[in-house]
Design a protein around this ligand. Structure first.
Ligand SMILES: [Zn+2]
Length: 120
């Protein structure tokens, strides 16, 4: 992937990650009755380093945060945008719609068909 495109997706993913983390902070703030026990909600870096933080946020958010971090790691190792099933490049359109994807549309469609036939 070209450096310019890599930066585009890095920015996109970083923004999504920040948004998710701030949402998670809000969720956690709402859950906490005593403010004294809770660090400054704007101090995201400190929260993020708290291992309990990841355990306490919602499952769906936690999974997506994990996927975004993996995608960012793939950008760093130059494997971003490559289908992990067939090794072909994933179309830019698909990456823009779903930046955390690891499968090209053909492989994803096949995977969904298999899942459907298994009754998922
Ligand atoms: Zn593929």
């Amino acid at each position: 992937m070209e450096p310019g495109k890599k930066e585009f997706f890095r920015k996109l993913l970083t923004e999504q990650l920040e948004e998710l983390l701030s949402e998670a902070v809000k969720t956690l703030s709402g859950m906490t009755s005593s403010k004294e026990n809770f660090p400054d909600p704007t101090d995201r870096a400190a929260l993020e380093s708290d291992r309990n933080f990841m355990l306490r946020i919602r499952d769906r958010e936690r999974k997506l945060i994990g996927k975004i971090r993996e995608a960012l790691a793939r950008i760093d190792t130059d494997s971003y945008g490559i289908c992990e099933s067939c090794g072909e490049e994933i179309s830019e359109e698909r990456l823009k719609a779903r930046p955390v994807t690891t499968l090209c549309i053909e492989c994803k469609t096949k995977q969904e068909e298999v899942e459907k036939s298994r009754g998922f």
